[in-house]
Design a protein around this ligand. Structure first.
Ligand code: SF4
Length: 265
């Protein structure tokens, strides 16, 4: 494993699941028999999880014994060091509220969508930077003291001064729902008193999605085929649950992988 972009995606996908994290923690103290791992996650899902961990290069299976690979050990060591170094204190931050939702105007990029302005009180100032990892597609700019959060088509910019601008929303209702979700995510972290460690930034390409779709072109999702579905998913215009084929047990791994990738779109 080289630690390149596709390897990073595989490892992050593998570690995004609770059962697989349990397996890795269990193996951290030494190799175990397959039966012991089976006792941990159950017989039904053992092969499923083991395959994902092996594909990511995190574990090795030899004659009924499972152990963490050298790559896996290095990954865990680096992760722990990063987390210890970068835990950020939020205990002084106060819960926020969104107020003054105003300026509902057509978007410049797409006049069928709206641009909405609002205010966050109290303003987060320098705390904004450490909130970036809360959002899979969050991007903090030191220069502008702003955090841009992308979710599907919707792009929200939160400024240190408290000003918020949300673009590409369908209507006021959607804007209110998104602002509420933003507030809840921030307040949950403030309640815990610490911000999560910085997340690996993952850039999802069109083919990452397409390659994991069933590619039957059955059109049951209402699209012309899987490729059109991919384009619309990347644009936030359709959701994974609209692909009927992904609900079949044969595509369970694909679905889990797509759900993981979709959080970064
Ligand atoms: S339902 Fe799924 S498999 Fe069928 S065309 Fe749409 S995306 Fe492809």
């Amino acid at each position: 494993m080289s630690g390149g972009t596709s390897e990073t995606k595989l490892v992050n996908f593998a570690m995004a699941n609770k059962a697989r994290r349990r397996i890795i923690n269990f193996l951290a103290n030494g190799a175990r028999d397959v039966e012991e791992i089976e006792g941990l996650v159950g017989k039904k899902t053992l092969d499923f999880h083991m395959k994902i961990l092996q594909d990511a290069g995190l574990v090795e299976l030899e004659e009924g014994t499972v152990k963490i690979s050298e790559y896996g050990r290095n990954f865990l060591k680096n992760k722990k060091e990063r987390e210890t170094e970068e835990i950020k204190d939020l205990s002084q931050a106060k819960p926020v509220e969104i107020v003054e939702i105003r300026q509902v105007l057509p978007c410049i990029a797409d006049s069928t969508k709206l641009r909405v302005a609002a205010n966050m009180v109290p303003p987060l100032g320098g705390t904004l930077k450490i909130l970036e990892p809360l959002f899979p597609r969050g991007n903090y700019s030191d220069r502008k003291d702003s955090l841009i959060v992308q979710k599907g088509e919707i792009m929200t910019t939160i400024y240190g001064s408290g000003k918020i601008v949300m673009r590409m929303v369908k209507n006021e209702e959607e804007a209110k729902k998104e602002l509420e979700s933003l507030r809840n995510t921030i307040n949950e972290a403030i309640k815990k008193g610490v911000a999560p460690p910085p997340r690996e930034k993952i850039k999802v390409e069109l083919m990452d999605i397409y390659n994991h779709l069933p590619q039957t072109n059955c059109q049951e999702c209402g699209e012309q085929g899987c490729y059109s579905f991919t384009i619309r998913l990347m644009a936030g215009q359709v959701s994974l649950d609209m692909c009927t084929q992904l609900k079949k047990p044969d595509y369970a791994t694909n679905l889990e992988r797509l759900q993981f990738l979709a959080t970064y779109i």
